[in-house]
Design a protein around this ligand. Sequence first.
Ligand code: FAD
Ligand code: SIN
Length: 523
Amino acid sequence: MSDILIIGSGAAGLTAALNLAERFRVTVLAKGALNEGSTAWAQGGIAAVLEPGDTFDSHIDDTMIAGAGLNDRAIVEFVVERAPAAIERLRALGVPFAEEDGALHLTREGGHSHRRIVHVADATGWAVQEALQRAAEAHPNITLVPDQVAIDLATGRHEERYSGAGRVWGVYALDRRTGKVAVHTARATILATGGAGRTYLFSTAPRGATGDGIAMAWRAGARVSNMEFMQFHPTCLYNLEVKNFLITEAVRGEGGQLKNPNTGHRFMPDLDPRAELAPRDVVARAIDAEIKRYGLDYVHLDISHQPADFVRAHFPNIHDKLLGLGIDMTTQPIPVVPAQHYTCGGIVVDRDGRTDLPGLYAAGECTQSGLHGANRLASNSLLECFVFGEAAAAHIAGCWDELPAPPPIRAWDDSRVTDSDEEVVIKQNWTEIRRFMWNYVGIVRTTKRLQRAASRIRLMTDEVTDYYGHFRVTPDLIELRNLLQTADLIVRSALHRKESRGLHYTLDYPELLPEAVDTVLVP
Ligand code: FAD
Ligand code: SIN
């Protein structure tokens, strides 16, 4: 048994692990390879006030404006003020941030009123993941265990001497390699399981972004908040074979323009004075409207007016990837569409990363900390992982003596020994959820479409619950159950909100209400 159990080996999980490991034994579980989360896929960078003339107030204001006023200002301040130190720690771990004339090179992204994004060319996340993983692998107190699919939290209901209390003692997890389910216990558990992007048919997120941590916390009794605010990134590559390749917002930050592919007209300046650098919700809705108005498949993102060397130097990975697909971005426009990108809502946490359940903490994209409000500002997400990974670790260390040791926990009930020959149930439901979420719960919503989605979720929940109750668990079944749970939380939250704010835009309630109120679902 470890002292502390962390589910997730991305930016949030590994930051927490590294902050705990000097004093405690830490085990980190990941459901596949250690680098399969969104962290390794991040392109643009990390936002921090580092330039003379930029201020914390400006970063805070930009975050609140993007978040349509729903952000918790105290949390925004807490995170923004810790950003420069977080960047320094990453540099100390060896993250090779781009430099120019001896200083960090800062790029710009939508919604930011200054250049304040540190980056490693256009593959920042890969460099961050590598550095964190290298440090964690080298630490004698950290045990990294890939291929463990957490199924559910172990709580008082699972104690051998049933207490029914809400304290979390760890998780049950399926070992992909042996097919066996084991219980992992600890005095404190941190969920760092990332987002739920794969609830949607088109998403920039990796395959494993199925909302597992959010669904597990909800089932165990924790509140979940603001799930209606699913962020759509304006510029995902439109390609019939490669469906989820992001074209970083930094392309627009460095001058990229959005154009109608038929007429060549640059449409963003007609709609918003910030043009291509308006916050993501504004740009994604504008592209969606342009596509619908003109019956297009995509719009163009054009940076070919910049010098070819400049484009290649700033976006080497995107340039090479596109060249492989027959697009030379130094001379040609890139076909793009909006796609789901980020889960703004999640498990309710406080400033210390504490959830409602004693013994359970959470950090990163699976949480709703108050930072993002109704729409996350670009490059604030990795930052949130570093700040809250550290905050959760500090709180655990601070109250360590009060944390009880876990009691004996019942072994997993393996009476469901039957293997199913009905894999089709999983495949069919998996695709169906993602399709109706895309069609009915997308960028522009209506109550009727949300209700259609809700009634499909009810039907599928019966089918999947029945299936889950009868057959041996598999990674796909675990994820399907969580996708459905998360879809339900998104639709319920969206139906609850009777206004349009940030990422939640509904034709039935197009106005913004005077008071900004979180949607909080209570199990
Ligand atoms: P992740 O990095 O997603 O890690 C989740 C971890 O949880 C993984 O290890 C996974 O295996 C594990 N896990 C999940 N479920 C289970 C389970 N059931 N059992 C065991 N383990 C489990 N943000 C920025 O700030 N700047 C950017 O430039 C940027 N670019 C992005 C580009 C792309 C293409 C995408 C998809 C996102 C981008 N984001 C960016 C968002 C950012 O990358 C993520 O929000 C952030 O990396 C999330 O980190 P995390 O640690 O919370 O989760
Ligand atoms: C991007 O590079 O456009 C993604 C940045 C982010 O999601 O914050």
